[in-house]
Design a protein around this ligand. Structure first.
Ligand code: PMP
Length: 373
């Protein structure tokens, strides 16, 4: 089996699964309980938070463990915006966000917010002038993803941070799912008000992730319950999920440079081979994550190609896994190319440090076979 879909999810490592089992069996207590085992469980929770803060070099941020980035993004955006319902405040995002951000902004339109969706240029990057022109004194939130999950473009988060310095009331939220642990951050996480991650993209456990936010922010609870996790994510804490998320973050940061350099080599190799075929590479060439290469093969049905490859036990994605059951044009590819054909024929090839050049050769061979038909 050749897996080229690590942007969708990854297989958890044995170490992480064993840790999940160990914590579940040895510390299955309620970490809010006042007796010793509850206190010990809570200590483990606090220790895991400290590890996350240490690895990401955070000073004043809270770590809230969630059921993944979808929940974390919802908690972040609603947590800010609940303070401003029906006040006609401006909020800004991009046209290429993951649905767990994009659809929340769509819902904000119905809650009396003035929502601006930033365009992207032909390299998949937002226009900083458009951001500057859109910002007003009434803007309360800007949400911009770090790395796009469809084409891999890397947004200029540092520049956004600098622009927002003139708007102290406006908070910055960054969906860091496809960047954190995969590419180096050229910005300081301390300067991002709220950001989110997902463990299963990083060989961690599914249904696990985190919302990390500056403790000076007045974040409101979007879910009502008791006061676990500062009341932001109430409910009995899944300690095994928390501890393995912390360990996952630690693991990916340990190997970040090696994995990045290896995947960059694979990326160059893949792009060279793809250039021999009559296809369009949608992913930009610069400011892009080497982990994602998005292509379109015009006049060919992406789904048929995907199934052809699947028969050869090669797994790629059409659109994103989250959207691949809908046959709508891929919104990121459309925002990038303004071309409906490219947007309905796109295929995402994801790379990881487990892939090899031989696997890429096999993929290219099978694509060539298919295109000959
Ligand atoms: N944001 C981005 C950029 C993603 O790629 C994903 C996963 N497809 C998510 C958010 C949602 O993550 P989760 O599966 O943990 O809810």
């Amino acid at each position: 089996m050749i897996y080229f879909d690590s942007t969708a999810t990854t297989k958890p490592t044995k170490e992480i699964l064993e840790l999940y089992n160990k914590i579940s069996l040895e510390y299955w207590y309620n970490s809010s309980s006042a007796y010793t085992m509850g206190i010990k469980s809570n200590n483990l929770l606090q220790k895991s938070i400290e590890v996350v803060k240490e690895v990401l070099k955070l000073k004043d941020h809270n770590v809230i463990y969630t059921s993944g980035a979808t929940e974390a993004n919802n908690l972040a955006i609603h947590g800010i915006c609940n303070n401003y319902i029906n006040q006609n405040k401006r909020v800004i995002t991009t046209k290429i966000e993951h649905p767990s951000v994009f659809n929340v902004f769509k819902s904000l339109e119905t809650l009396g917010f003035d929502v601006v969706y930033l365009d992207i240029d032909s390299n998949g990057i937002i226009n900083l002038n458009q951001l500057k022109e859109s910002l007003t004194k009434e803007t309360v939130l800007v949400s911009i993803m770090w790395v796009n999950n469809i084409i891999g473009s890397i947004q200029p988060i540092n520049e956004v941070i600098n622009i927002l310095k003139e708007y102290p009331r406006c908070k910055l939220h960054v969906d860091a799912v496809q960047g954190l642990g995969k590419i180096k951050n050229n910005f300081d996480f301390n300067q991002v008000d709220l950001f989110t991650m997902s463990s299963h993209k990083l060989e961690g456990i599914k249904g696990s992730g985190a919302l990390i936010y500056n403790n000076k922010i007045n974040l409101t609870s979007h879910i009502q319950g008791a006061n676990q996790q500062l009341g932001i994510k109430p409910g009995t804490v899944d300690l095994a999920s928390a501890v393995t998320t912390s360990k996952t973050i630690q693991n990916v940061y340990k190997n970040l440079d090696n994995n990045y350099n290896y995947v960059l080599e694979l990326n160059k190799y893949l792009r060279n081979k793809l250039n021999e075929l009559n296809i369009t590479i949608n992913s930009p060439v610069k400011n892009v994550s080497p982990y994602i290469v998005n292509i379109s093969i015009k006049e060919h049905n992406a789904e048929t190609i995907m199934h052809h490859l699947e028969q050869k036990e090669i797994y790629v994605s059409i659109g994103s896994a989250c959207g691949s059951k809908t046959k709508k044009p891929e919104k990121t590819i459309y925002a990038l190319t303004n071309d409906l054909t490219l947007a309905t024929t796109s295929i995402r090839i994801s790379l990881s440090h487990h892939n090899t050049k031989e696997e890429i050769d096999t993929l290219i061979k099978e694509l060539k076979e298919y295109l000959k038909k």
